[in-house]
Design a protein around this ligand. Structure first.
Ligand SMILES: [Fe+2]
Length: 119
């Protein structure tokens, strides 16, 4: 079986400046207290935003310390009108790795991750 993970593009792939989702989250958070997570595509070099070439969606997941993977949010963008940037509150009760995926209709699915230590 061919795995979907094999098509995911990592932060070191060519074209990364316009595609890798930048995740802004605190390195540390308090258990049960909301903190903001921001995901931006094209922060340093803007990605095109036309009907022909645009970022369609961002998905965010957390892999909890105990191993469970939870869906935090899916954000679908209207090309040309909406920019691929989102901020939303997250509450965790244990440390986690936060993963962001984004889909460019020409260049595929890109990923990034950050760790949040929960105390
Ligand atoms: Fe693209």
């Amino acid at each position: 079986m061919e795995k979907f993970g094999n098509v995911l593009k990592a932060p070191e792939v060519e074209g990364r400046e316009k595609h890798v989702p930048v995740i802004k989250a605190p390195a540390k958070a308090k258990a049960g207290e909301a903190f903001d997570v921001t995901v931006i595509v094209g922060e340093s070099v803007p990605h095109p935003n036309t009907l022909e070439h645009h970022i369609k969606w961002i998905q965010v997941y957390a892999k909890l310390d105990k191993g469970m993977v939870v869906h935090l949010g899916t954000f679908d963008f209207g090309p040309t009108y909406a920019e691929p940037r989102v901020t939303f509150p997250v509450k965790l009760n244990e440390s986690a790795i936060i993963y962001a995926l984004e889909y460019c209709n020409i260049h595929g699915v890109w990923e990034n991750s950050v760790a949040v230590k929960v105390e």
